[in-house]
Design a binder for this molecule. Structure first.
Ligand SMILES: Cc1cc2nc3c(=O)[nH]c(=O)nc-3n(C[C@H](O)[C@H](O)[C@H](O)COP(=O)(O)OP(=O)(O)OC[C@H]3O[C@@H](n4cnc5c(N)ncnc54)[C@H](O)[C@@H]3O)c2cc1C
Length: 381
């Protein structure tokens, strides 16, 4: 029997396999991954430094242990080069070996976005999107005292908080006027910046980097307005791009991610996608909770019971102990935010639909405000 082949051993790939084994213990499962197949919690990458956790310490299970747990075969350090949809085969590096599948799951994750910057230091800018990146980041931090972060989104702010707690001087640069600008209204973003400033983070908001020059010691970041920022290390956290190359080359439908219907079915028969690489039913949702929900439904579909994914309202926690936050970003720009006056260093903003008055999103900052999460989730149904 040809195996179900799963491309990728991140949260999406491993969760769908774990869920699948609840319904089917015998169908062969084969993973192909370009990394070492270690299972780890990716969200920990942005708060592991202050906990003094090395890349090795973040590994929960290695590939051998995962093979045993899942009754699967895992081919590590092997990159998939192409998909032959007519023959139901994938072509794998290093020797262009062809492997046949009964069903194929694409759980390929996403690639960090790179800002186009001039200068002799631009190529040295790091991004941290997997364990290998994290090991490189930890090695690069040796001997550093200051770090500049490009991007004040969720990941950039989490790294800023973590680095500041670990004792580094941190500068965060972003063209937007406030941090978390895609998730929360500006007033909340400004309060959030104040919370991190109290822990020593310096923000350079509304400012755009144009070049990074290598200096005898560290780097100099040049801003569009002529400003200069010095740092021993530069980290980019400006977002991710779903890995769609294989799907595009195979002629599958793509949009913001590999397009699927609400059952994770791509435009190619027998081929599914989920996780950071996928646009499921019109939405790319690169977070843990949507992946878990998609994996549970897809596991049932793979085992013979076609099951649509039902996404509930899924809040995202921002892991910034300086000012912890929980957000549900509204699905569109039709909402109107109401920001309540701050109380005991806690802030709350609720987004309601302009026409129906229905609650479509919220943002809670500080431990007091976060206690109201349950009630708001209930309100949103
Ligand atoms: C620093 C950081 C902090 C985060 N914090 C949070 C958080 O607090 N809360 C939250 O909800 N979400 C958080 N996220 C997002 C969440 O971690 C991701 O959405 C999730 O881990 C993605 O899992 P994935 O399996 O889709 O992708 P990945 O984990 O990236 O896995 C992709 C897999 O595909 C393999 N692969 C890629 N291309 C090929 C190829 N050509 N051939 C073979 N294999 C290939 C890779 O080797 C890898 O095994 C965070 C993300 C980051 C980077």
């Amino acid at each position: 029997m040809d195996p179900i082949i799963i491309l990728g051993t991140g949260l999406a790939g491993y969760t769908v396999a774990r869920e699948f084994r609840k319904y089917d213990s015998s169908t062969p499962l084969l993973f192909v991954t370009q990394d070492d197949g270690c299972a780890y919690s990716k969200p920990m990458l942005s708060n592991a430094l202050s906990m003094k956790k090395s890349a090795t310490a973040l590994v929960n299970f290695d590939a051998l242990a995962m093979e045993k747990q899942l009754n699967a075969t895992i081919l590590t350090q092997r990159s998939v080069e192409s998909i032959d949809l007519l023959r139901s085969e994938i072509v794998v590096s290093v020797c262009s070996e062809r492997l046949r599948y009964s069903q194929l799951v694409m759980a390929l994750g996403a690639e960090p976005r790179r800002m186009v910057l001039a200068g002799s230091g631009a190529a040295d800018i790091l991004s941290v999107n997997d364990l290998r990146d994290y090991a490189r980041f930890r090695a690069a931090l040796e001997g550093c005292r200051s770090v500049a972060i490009l991007g004040a989104g969720l990941i950039g702010c989490e790294f800023a908080n973590d680095l500041a707690v670990a004792g580094y001087a941190v500068a965060v640069i972003d063209p937007a006027g406030s941090p978390l600008s895609r998730l929360v209204p500006q007033e909340m973003g400004a309060a959030f910046a104040d919370g991190l400033r109290r822990h020593g983070v310096r923000f350079h908001l509304g400012r755009t980097p144009v070049a990074v020059e290598l200096r005898t010691e560290g780097y100099q970041i040049m801003l569009e307005d002529g400003g200069l920022i010095e740092a021993d290390l530069v980290v980019s956290a400006i977002g991710l791009m779903p890995r769609m190359g294989l799907a595009k080359a195979a002629g599958m439908e793509t949009g913001f991610g590999i397009r699927t219907d609400n059952m994770c079915r791509t435009s190619a028969p027998g081929v599914y996608a989920l996780g950071d690489c996928a646009e499921i039913d019109g939405r790319v949702q690169p977070y843990v909770l949507p992946i878990m929900h998609a994996a549970r439904a897809l596991a049932r579909t793979l085992s013979g019971t076609p099951t649509p994914v039902a996404f509930p309202v899924m809040p995202v926690s921002v892991k910034t102990p300086a000012l912890p936050a929980v957000v549900v970003a509204p699905p569109d720009s039709r909402g109107v935010w109401t920001v309540e006056p701050p109380l005991l260093q806690s802030l709350r903003a609720v987004c309601r639909d302009r026409d129906s008055g229905r609650t479509t999103g919220f943002s809670l900052m500080g431990s007091e405000a976060i206690k109201g999460k349950g009630a708001l989730l209930q309100e949103m149904g």
